[in-house]
Design a protein around this ligand. Structure first.
Ligand SMILES: [Zn+2]
Length: 293
């Protein structure tokens, strides 16, 4: 099935008569203003329309007494202000530079979608004498992802994989399973994931009240079986906590004749240093003996 066939044909395409139609072909049909289409209502709402939610923005709607309703959708680019308008608004050059290129002219393509409720059919067609798009479908994809991609990203983001892994999964799924030429960029995945799950390192950020933060950390370590002591070096500002697991203390007692100490800086927001003691065990391995913070 090709889209050029649609352009020259005045007849209505009926979805149930089209077999093996890919998601990308569905998107092309719904993108084309001159394509008249009939789709089963359930299929339309659940499968077809989520594919093009990035292309069409609702303009008006009308509900009839018999329960049928129609909506007029206008191209996403109708509302989109081009970059020349933005420059007039004194947006810094830096911002303009990173803004993606977009079509210079606005698009006024419109379609009418009718939900014939009793027949359980949705009819899609050109609205009045609407002109066709002034840009390609890819131009829209570059600026905004269809709902189907966002939903996929949200589903994956909940599993808490890192953004590059999610991006790869989405790309594989959209191209192989859906035959869709529109995936998500890693940066977008990160943004969506942020909305779904909050900042990636949120579980590592402690209480903003330092005293409370320390006491919470101490109780956590004690729960994990660690022995924790708060220490203070007299006549100096040095203080902190030392923690070690009983197994580590045993190693320290047995092999403490040679102990190494090293520290890592910037281990928390206060730039504290984490000191670690290492002992040389009977197997010749350097083992962690205790930690100071
Ligand atoms: Zn358009």
């Amino acid at each position: 099935m090709s889209v050029s066939l649609v352009n020259t044909s005045a007849t209505t395409l009926v979805a149930t008569q089209m077999t093996n139609i890919t998601s990308e072909e569905k998107r092309n049909l719904l993108f084309d203003v001159n394509c008249s289409l009939e789709v089963q209502m359930e299929d339309f709402d659940e499968i077809w329309w989520p594919l093009v939610s990035n292309i069409w923005t609702q303009w008006t709607s009308y509900k009839q007494v018999n329960g049928n309703f129609w909506k007029i959708f206008t191209c996403y680019f109708t509302k989109y202000r081009d970059s020349s308008t933005r420059q007039k608004e004194n947006i810094s050059n830096e911002k303009c530079r990173i803004t993606k290129t977009r079509p210079s002219g606005l698009c006024h393509a419109k379609i009418k979608v009718e939900w014939l409720v009793s027949l359980k059919i949705v009819k899609v067609g050109c609205y009045k004498d609407s002109s066709n798009h002034t840009h390609s479908l890819l131009d829209v994809n570059r600026l905004k992802r269809p709902q189907i991609i966002r939903t996929l990203v949200e589903k994956e983001a909940v599993k808490n994989y890192l953004p590059p892994a999610i991006t790869a999964t989405i790309k594989e799924y959209t191209t192989i399973e859906l035959g869709l030429d529109a995936s998500a960029q890693c940066k977008e995945v990160t943004n969506i994931k942020y909305k779904v799950r909050g900042p990636i390192e949120v579980h590592l950020v402690g209480n903003s009240d330092l005293k409370l933060d320390i006491s919470q950390s101490v109780s956590y370590l004690k729960e994990q079986g660690y022995q924790v002591e708060i220490y203070r070096v007299h006549q100096r500002s040095t203080k902190g906590i030392v923690f070690a697991h009983p197994e580590q203390l045993e190693k320290l007692e047995n092999h403490g004749w040679l102990t190494l100490i090293d520290s890592t800086h910037k281990t928390n927001r206060y730039d504290w240093r984490l000191f670690t003691l290492y002992v040389h065990d009977t197997y010749g391995c350097w083992n962690i003996g205790a930690h100071f913070l």
